[in-house]
Write a protein that binds this ligand. Sequence first.
Ligand SMILES: *Cc1c(COP(=O)(O)O)cnc(C)c1O
Length: 425
Amino acid sequence: MSPETLLENPSLTKSLNSASLTETFDTYVMNTYSRFPIAITKGQGCRLWDTEGKEYLDFVAGIATCTLGHAHPALIDVVSQQIQQLHHVSNLFYIPEQGDLAKWIVEHSCADRVFFCNSGAEANEAAIKLVRKYAHTVLDFLEQPVILTAKASFHGRTLATVTATGQPKYQKDFAPLVPGFAYIPYNDIEAVENAIADLDEGNRRVAAIMLEPLQGEGGVRPGDVEYFHRLRQICDQNNILLVFDEVQVGVGRTGKLWGYENLGVEPDIFTSAKGLAGGIPIGAMMCKKFCDVFEPGNHASTFGGNPFVCAAGLTVLQTIEKDHLLENVHDRGEQLRTRLRAIAQKYPTLFKEVRGWGLINGMEIHEEVSLTSPDIVKAALEFGLLFAPAGPKVLRFVPPLIVSESEIDLAVNLLEQAIEKVTHS
Ligand SMILES: *Cc1c(COP(=O)(O)O)cnc(C)c1O
C-alpha cells in the first residue's frame, strides 16, 4: 500500500485553520511540552486524522493508553450509557462500578485489593505512601525507610515520583527532592545487594524496591528474568517489599495481562494507569497480603474510581478477554519485531538493536550516530505514521492492542520510507 492511500479520506471536515490553532494554543497554554506540529481531531481504530484531513496510522495510542484504539464501539456504548446514568458521586458513598472493576482485577492478578486514583504518578504516590506506612507501623517500626529505584526509570512527575524517577534530567531545578530514595542500575543484582548493605544503618534501611518490569520511557528495556527471580528471593529474605510500576506495561500491552507475568515473579504492590480505561483517565494501586495497612483517612482521591471511569475500565478489560486481544498482541508483536529487525539489518550503522515484549517495542539508534529518535519521528509523520521517541536514541512503537496484520505491515513500510528519506538527505 502506498502512503497516498493513507491520504485519501473524504469524511473529514477542515474545521480548524492550523495556523490560528497553534497561535491560540501557544498564547494560552503553559509551555511544558515540545509538540509535533499537528493537531488531531478524529480517530477510528488505529487511524487518526489531523485538522488538514491528513490520515495517520497511530503507533503512539496516546502513549500506550488507547488499548482498544479510537472510537471502539464497546467503549462508546459504556461511556455513553454511564454518563446518562451517573458519572460521579465521590468516595463518600459505595460505587458499584468501582467494586466490579476491583473484583475483576483481583480475580485476574496476584492482588488482594485495589485503590483507585487518576493517573500513573498518583498510583505510584499511593504505593510509596503504603510502603512508608508499612515500614513505620509493621516493618520493625522503621523511621527512615528507603525505596530503591532504577536508573533510567520513569515513575511520574509529582515530587515523590519525580524523585523516584532515576533520571536527573527530570529532577533538575526541582530541589529539594523527597528524601528516602536511592538509585541502582537496572538488571544488576550485585548493585541491589550492595545498596541494601550500604543503606542499613541505625534506623534506616531499604523497605522496598520499586521497578518497571520493562523500562518504558527509559528506552524500552525489558527486565531480565534471572535478575527478577533473584530480586524476589532477596526481597523475601530481607523483608523488603517488591513494587512494580506497571503503568505502561500492564493491561495486555506485553501480550500478558500484567508485565510481571513475563518475569515469572509476583510483586507485593503494583500500579496501573495508562491503558487501564483505554484513554479515560484512571490510576490504580494493587497490593496483596498487608492491604489493611491503609485505614480510613490515610489516603484518598476525589475523582478516584468514579462510576464513569470504572465502567470504562471494566469494559476495556472484558473486551481484552472476550476478543482474545492478548493473542493478537503476541502475534502482532512478533510480526513487528521481525520486520523491525529486518530494517535494523538493512541499516546496521544506524540501528543497534530491536527489543520489546508484545506491543511495546523499541528500536535503538547507535550512540555515535548524530540522528535522534525525534528526527525519525518527524520524518515518519510526513509519511503518515505516528510513533513516539523513548529518549533521544530509541524509537518506541506502542499501537492499540487491536492493531491488524496489514496495519503492522503498512506502518513498517511507512517507517522504511521515512528512514530512507532521513538517511539520504
Ligand atoms: C507514564 C508513566 C508514569 C506516569 O503516569 P502519569 O499518568 O503521566 O502520571 C509512571 N510510570 C510509568 C512506568 C509510566 O510509563
